[in-house]
Write a protein that binds this ligand. Structure first.
Ligand code: NAI
Length: 239
């Protein structure tokens, strides 16, 4: 049977590159989208692709998409928690609503989807969960405290869950990107980008494929002895 991957936020950026990577390697792919126009969605017309409009803040919508994927493809082998938002704000200007939206989009969503898929993975005693964090979750970013906290939470979720489900044959890992060229970073000026490139030992900004390739590796059997790890993909920006 073909393997199946479920990817949140697969409509653009890192998620879309990840959808394409797994699809090109023969997987069935299910992904969620939220605020990307339908005509821009990747691989809409393939019978190996399912796509769901889901607000990842909504546990019921996410759980239902996961159930429909298992009903259609018979399994989910890999879950990738990628959907996320970022926002700049002075700490004292972060409203309750901004805080709650950040934590539920970036962190609670990974809890909802992991819980939903684990019931299935534990039964079959195999599976891989991959979370997308951020280097700011590792070291913290000024004016992005709520974002940094959500990503630090993802790192904690990865480590704790890896310990709990390892004996069930399930691996849980995390990719922690540095600056990647996507809609999320499109607000940066060329000057901002140049100075960030200057601070990066590998002297470039990342592309979505840098993260997709790492996720693909961590999902593969070549990574079969890796769990609970945070793999930083940032060109050496933080070491
Ligand atoms: P993007 O803005 O291009 O894509 C974000 C994806 O998340 C989209 O598919 C969007 O529809 C989805 N999404 C956002 N809110 C949602 C919601 N409420 N419900 C369902 N889906 C929702 O951003 P990018 O760069 O591709 O980000 C992907 C992940 O990588 C995010 O978790 C982000 O925090 C993380 N990341 C990105 C970095 C970058 O420099 N681009 C750096 C570090 C981490």
């Amino acid at each position: 049977m073909k393997k199946t991957v479920f990817i949140t936020g697969g409509s653009r950026g890192i998620g879309a590159a990840t959808v394409k990577k797994f699809y090109d390697n023969g997987y069935n792919v299910a992904y969620t989208f939220f605020n990307t126009p339908e005509e821009k969605l990747p691989l809409l017309n393939s019978e190996r692709v399912l796509c769901f409009k889901v607000d990842v803040k909504n546990s019921k919508e996410l759980t239902s998409a996961i159930k429909k994927t298992i009903d259609c493809f018979g399994t989910i082998d890999i879950l990738i928690n990628n959907a996320g938002i970022s926002e700049f704000s002075l700490f004292t200007d972060i409203s309750d609503e901004m805080w709650e939206s950040m934590i539920s989009t970036n962190l609670s969503s990974a809890f909802y989807s992991s819980r939903a898929v684990l019931k299935h993975m534990i039964n079959k005693k195999s599976g891989v969960i991959l979370n997308v964090a951020s280097m700011w979750g590792e070291v913290g970013a000024s004016c992005e405290v709520h974002y940094s906290v959500s990503k630090a939470g993802i790192i904690g979720l990865t480590k704790a869950l890896a310990k709990e489900v390892g004996l069930s044959g399930i691996r849980v890992n995390c990719v922690s990107p540095g600056l990647i060229e996507t809609d999320m970073t499109s607000h940066l000026s060329n000057d901002d980008k140049s100075s960030l490139i200057d601070e990066t030992p590998l002297n470039r900004i990342g592309v979505p494929e840098d993260i997709a390739n790492t996720l693909f590796y961590l999902a593969s059997d070549e990574a079969s002895f890796i769990t609970g790890q945070i793999l930083s993909v940032n060109g050496g920006f933080i070491i």
